[in-house]
Design a protein around this ligand. Structure first.
Ligand SMILES: [Zn+2]
Length: 410
């Protein structure tokens, strides 16, 4: 995540005070970001990774500790020469986010603290017919109340963020369209803030965009800067990280690859078009090919399919093969467009990765050779929780960017 430092060069005259404040804020964020991503380190290691001198680092740690964001343990003897140095770590309950994921098949909530510490998380199968926004918010309230109650005493809850299978405006959490939920024009951010009694605004973003952010920040690929995340459920979502930054479009609607045309002779999609990627490679198509359409729905159907696949059921395996083929057709386009280092498969593609991946890779063969050879297709390292972790990262980024401002106003 880039942090702007455009003011740092302006040191003359009246800008001197502003630049010093900006520099301090930047350094405070840099120390917190390192601790957030890398975990506990000694104070002397922090001086090495930040390039700041010992007294500056000591001051910054003091300020972060006063804000309740870090703790400092007793001095330990470092490897090699040098004085013993205290170990600094984040204090997870100093900044906590309620992360929410609204999918068609499931609802999930998690309490996540700075450092990526997951205090608790719960995912429940979605009851069909409970898709109305007010009912959804009531369900989220019921799921999240015990998690918030279970937080350690003195926890500082910053707010909430929701990942949704739909097209959401980043600025205010307004959901324009969630075809697989049957939602249009839902002011979800405001409704969640009111319903949960949490500070507004509640951040709302597309689930795949947040899956991409989660995998980029916490997926264990520290050197990757170009990543495409694909979430598979009833629909297909796509999130892109380009050059270390989320690629969102002008309002946050970019990455709707699930509605790219892949088969002109395909079936009708919830968006109104025909032959979209998600009608050919999504959950409904997979279940229909496996002969499970109508037998069960949602997570229950996927459980049944997994059992049959593991048992070697021929129709289930062929359904995986064909769905993998259509998955790969869509990935081929994404490889051509974005030249990613890694394409991460989340959601049901994470779950069925081993059964889909060979045919998916074969179907990418038409992609530009050099791009294809660079792009590893990988299962999600975080698993089903990637959008939740990304939702938490979205809010925690604000604290990391300006710890003092966020916590003083909280
Ligand atoms: Zn569509």
């Amino acid at each position: 995540m880039g942090r702007g430092n455009g003011k740092l060069g302006q040191s003359a005259g009246s800008m001197r005070g502003v630049a010093a404040d900006e520099l301090r804020r930047h350094n405070l964020g840099a120390v917190l970001d390192h601790l957030h991503l890398a975990g506990p380190v000694t104070r002397s290691q922090l001086t090495v990774v930040t390039g700041l001198n010992r007294s500056t680092v000591a001051d910054l740690i003091g300020e972060l500790a006063a804000l309740g964001l870090v703790t400092e343990g007793p001095a330990t003897v470092a490897n090699g020469p040098g004085r013993p140095s205290p170990v600094v770590d984040v204090r997870p309950h100093g900044a906590v986010v309620l992360a929410v994921e609204i999918s068609v098949d499931s609802l999930a909530v998690a309490t996540v603290g700075i450092g990526g510490h997951v205090f608790n998380q719960v995912r429940v199968a979605r009851h069909r017919g409970h898709f109305r926004p007010d009912q959804t918010i009531a369900d989220i309230g019921q799921l999240s109340a015990p998690l918030l109650d279970a937080l350690p005493e003195g926890s500082h809850v910053l707010g909430a963020a929701a990942a949704i299978v739909g097209i959401a405006r980043r600025s205010d959490g307004f959901v324009h369209f969630g075809p697989n939920l049957g939602w249009r024009d839902v002011p979800l951010g405001d409704m969640l803030a009111t319903g949960l009694g949490l500070p507004a605004p509640v951040a709302v973003a597309n689930d795949a965009d947040l899956g991409a952010l989660g995998e980029f920040r916490r997926g264990g690929r520290p050197d990757v800067e170009h990543l495409v995340y694909i979430s598979g459920e009833v629909g297909i979502g796509c999130g892109v990280i380009a050059g270390g930054s989320p690629l969102l479009g002008s309002a946050g609607y970019a990455g709707e690859a699930g509605h790219n045309l892949v088969n002109p002779n395909g079936t009708e999609c919830g968006c109104g078009a025909t032959g979209c990627w998600e009608t050919e490679a999504g959950e409904k198509a997979l279940l229909a090919r496996a002969g499970l359409a109508g037998e069960a729905v949602g997570l229950e159907a996927l459980d049944l399919l997994e059992d049959r696949t593991i048992a070697g059921d021929r129709q289930a395996l062929e359904a995986m093969e064909e769905t993998g083929h259509w998955l790969g057709i869509g990935i081929r386009t994404l490889i051509n467009l974005f030249n990613p280092e890694v394409v991460v498969l989340g959601g049901m593609y994470h779950r069925f990765f081993d059964h889909l991946i060979d045919s998916a890779i074969r179907s990418t063969s038409g992609a530009v050779d050099v791009s294809r050879s660079m792009a590893e297709i990988s299962r999600s390292n975080i698993g089903l929780g990637a959008p939740l972790i990304g939702a938490a990262e979205l809010v925690l980024a604000g604290v990391i960017d300006d710890p003092a401002a966020v916590l003083h106003s909280g």
